[in-house]
Structures are given as structure tokens and as C-alpha cells.
Design a protein around this ligand. Structure first.
Ligand code: HGY
Ligand code: MN
Ligand code: MN
Length: 415
């Protein structure tokens, strides 16, 4: 069989996706495997078992990133693929998991065809991509590329108070390899779009050329608890009202700025959180994103002005703490072009696009030529158990990954 005719085994890919989705399964067909929990450990153990069954050389680094290496004809820098297998609390079964398991499927397809590539191939999964339990997101890949000190990462506190380094050791994934092992020649990540574009346009493949900037902040509003019945409105210092005002402002700011600006208040905790007590304290998060760095900075500045006025008007204090701040990323034009050429050669519709979500690829792009392959999310739903991608699209994405990796690993010209 010529390399061009090579295709992955869809049923084998779907079987692994289903098996991994059973780990931390939640109602509605999704998964909950928050980073470094026992369910994350079970998911890791399963994928590492698959890596070993494929005779990959498995290495685990000090932040728990896991790499499976398939030898090439040479010892040249490897071509790497991968993603994450940690999820949000209401995760779907494809977010991250598809990129890792399609990578394994590609390697097994090459084994079946007795193909040895010039460069080694590596499939990776990175620790705590979601950042939902331990901020920032993409923490593992950020440490891997050297832009977050290991010691600082190990001391990160979870939203439940746990220390990252303690949890990593507890689940047995505090590896011995130094972050940065297997410096890649190139990195390609297959991922579901998690947005509505491909599905709405009926396009199969997204060749992702850029990814928007991310600003995560935690706000702590301190007011004064008081009686909900006896306290006149003019005497209130209501942290609950202030939190709601921030959520309303963030929505209004995004609408007013337009373009790619988005804003989300996804987490609000009130204290004492009781029906007849004016909240003394509110802890909330603000997620702002924009493909344009200057506009993202403008959104942050306008929020800061709003918070200062709100604090003064309501007689509360508002402390802010940055949880993550990543500038927009442009992916490698050569790798993007290769993805498009492969999609065309497979007869698949494709289009260039921006990623609204953060991904490990945005960190790998700091150290090597990197790009992403998207497949459609039905109705753009993600971070939701109802997240779905059609089987034909899952297979199409994995075949584009197969031939993109093959071309990069053999340094073949783009045709
Ligand atoms: O937040 C994100 O965009 C990603 O899901 N970690
Ligand atoms: Mn993801
Ligand atoms: Mn996600």
C-alpha cells in the first residue's frame, strides 16, 4: 500500500475514546476528570497502558507530562502530537482526549503498515490543560516549554485548597524526566473546535492559524454581612450585588466591544451564602479573550475602571489576582499549509480559522513550528456532556493528523 493510501482504523480509535470516556463518566455521556484527581490518575494509567502495549518508550516529566516515543530511522528531533486528558467538571468525551488517542491510533497504523519514519514520533498528554482545578490553564505545557518555573507550578493551590505538587505525588505522576524532554522538531494537535463555525458551514477540517489571547482574573469582593430584612438599601455594602454587577458588566463590555471580544463570569462563591444574610464576601472569576492583544488590554483596563467605581459606590473593597494571562498566538504558516494540503489530498473540505479556546499547542508554538487541526463540534457545544463530533469527522481528523505527521517526520515537501 502506498503511504498516500494509508488510513487509520476508525473502530479502534472509537473503542479507545469510549473506553477512556468510562473513566470519570458522568450523566449525559461526558467525563469529569479534574486534574490530578483519582479519576485523572485512572485515565493516565489507561493511556500509559496503551502506550506500553504499542511498545512506545514512555517518559514522565517532573510536572506529570507523559510522552510515548516511537523510534525513527534517525535520532533527529522528533515530531510530536498530543493534547490533554484532564477535563472540566462537566466535560465531554472528545475535548483533549481525541488529540491524544488519535495520536496513538496514528502510531498503531504505522506499525500495522510496517512504516518507520525518518524522525521519531512522540505522542504526549500534558498536565492540567484545563486549569479548572489548578490555574492557569495549559499549566503542564507552560512548564514544559520553560515559561513557568517548576517550583512555582508545584506550589499552585487548587480551588479546593490542595497543593499541586502534593496531588501530583499522591497520584504517582511526579516523574523523573526534566521538563523539556524530547524537544520537538514540530508539533501538531488535533482537537475538536468547541465552537460553532465548522458545523455551521458544513466544513470538515479546520486548519488553525491563530489562537486568541486569554486573561483570567480572580476577584475578591469584601462588603459587610447584615440582616436582609432590617438593613435599609442605602446602608448596604452588598458583596453579592457587586458580584452580580461585575457579571452584568462583563457581558455588556463584550457586546459593546464586539469583534472577537468575549467575557465570562463562570464562578461565583458567596459567603455566608444564605437567603437572609447580605453577603459579606464574594469570590468570582473573570475570563476575557480577544484575538487582538491591544483590544484585550483595553477590555482589562475598562474592567478595572468599572471595578474601582463599583467599589466606591457600594462601599466594598475589590482585590484582583491574575490567574492566567497569555497573548494571542499565530501558528506556523508552513505547518498550516501542510494541514490544508493534506486535507485537500484526502478530498476533505477545509478552511483556515482561529481558535477561541486555549490549547497546549499555544505553548508548544513558543519552541517549535506548531499548528492545529480542528474537527466540527455539533452545534458548537463543548465543556458540556452533550459535546459531540460525528464519527466520520473524528476519522477524517485522525487521517489528516496521520498524513501531516508522516510528512513532517519524513521531511517530505508539501504537495
Ligand atoms: O480555557 C480554555 O480555553 C481551555 O479549555 N483550557
Ligand atoms: Mn482542550
Ligand atoms: Mn477544555
Amino acid at each position: 500500500m502506498t503511504d498516500d493510501a494509508l488510513r487509520i482504523d476508525p473502530q479502534r480509535l472509537f473503542a479507545r475514546l469510549d473506553a477512556l470516556a468510562q473513566v470519570g463518566a458522568i450523566d449525559g455521556g461526558g467525563c469529569c476528570r479534574l486534574a490530578l484527581t483519582d479519576d485523572d490518575r485512572r485515565g493516565r494509567d489507561l493511556v500509559v497502558r496503551w502506550m506500553r502495549e504499542l511498545d512506545l518508550a514512555v517518559s514522565i516529566d517532573a510536572i506529570g507530562n507523559v510522552f510515548g516515543l516511537r523510534a525513527g530511522r534517525t535520532q533527529a528531533a522528533p515530531v510530536m502530537t498530543g493534547s490533554h486528558i484532564d477535563t472540566v467538571r462537566t466535560g465531554g468525551r472528545y475535548d483533549g482526549n481525541l488529540g491524544v488517542l488519535a495520536g496513538l491510533e496514528v502510531l498503531q497504523t504505522l506499525d500495522d503498515a510496517s512504516i518507520v519514519t525518518e524522525r521519531p514520533l512522540v505522542v504526549a498528554f500534558f498536565t492540567d490543560e484545563e486549569g479548572a482545578r489548578f490555574p492557569p490553564d495549559m499549566l503542564g505545557s507552560l512548564v514544559y516549554v520553560g515559561d513557568m518555573p517548576l517550583a512555582e507550578a508545584l506550589d499552585v493551590r487548587a480551588i479546593d485548597g490542595a497543593r499541586l505538587g502534593d496531588e501530583l505525588a499522591r497520584i504517582g505522576y511526579a516523574g523523573s524526566a526534566a521538563p523539556g524532554v524530547h524537544r520537538p522538531h514540530a508539533f501538531v494537535e488535533l482537537h475538536i473546535e468547541q465552537g460553532p463555525v465548522l458545523d455551521a458551514e458544513g466544513v470538515t477540517i479546520g486548519a488553525v492559524q491563530d489562537l486568541q489571547g486569554i486573561s483570567w482574573q480572580q476577584l475578591t469582593v469584601t462588603g459587610q454581612s447584615n440582616h436582609a430584612g432590617t438593613t435599609p438599601m442605602r446602608l448596604r455594602h452588598d458583596a453579592g450585588y457587586a458580584a452580580a454587577a461585575v457579571a452584568g458588566y462583563v457581558r455588556e463590555l463584550a457586546r459593546e466591544m464586539g469583534g472577537s471580544q468575549v467575557g465570562t463570569v463562570g464562578k461565583i462563591d458567596l459567603h455566608p451564602n444564605l437567603i437572609n444574610v447580605i453577603a459579606a464576601r464574594a469570590t468570582l472569576t473573570v475570563d476575557l479573550r480577544n484575538i487582538d492583544e491591544a483590544r484585550l488590554r483595553e477590555a482589562e483596563e475598562r474592567l478595572a475602571v468599572f471595578l474601582a467605581q463599583l467599589a466606591s459606590d457600594e462601599g466594598v473593597t475589590i482585590e484582583t489576582r491574575s490567574l492566567a494571562r497569555f497573548e494571542p498566538v499565530r501558528f506556523d504558516a508552513g505547518v498550516v499549509a501542510r494541514i490544508e494540503a493534506v486535507a485537500s489530498s484526502l478530498g476533505l473540505s477545509h478552511r483556515r480559522m482561529t481558535s477561541g479556546a486555549g490549547h497546549d499547542a499555544q505553548m508548544l508554538a513558543r519552541i517549535c513550528p506548531t499548528a492545529m487541526i480542528f474537527v466540527p463540534s455539533v452545534q458548537g457545544i463543548s465543556h458540556n456532556p452533550a459535546e459531540h463530533t460525528e464519527a466520520v469527522d473524528l476519522a477524517a481528523g485522525a487521517n489528516v493528523l496521520l498524513h501531516t505527521l508522516l510528512g513532517l517526520a519524513n521531511d517530505s515537501p508539501i504537495t
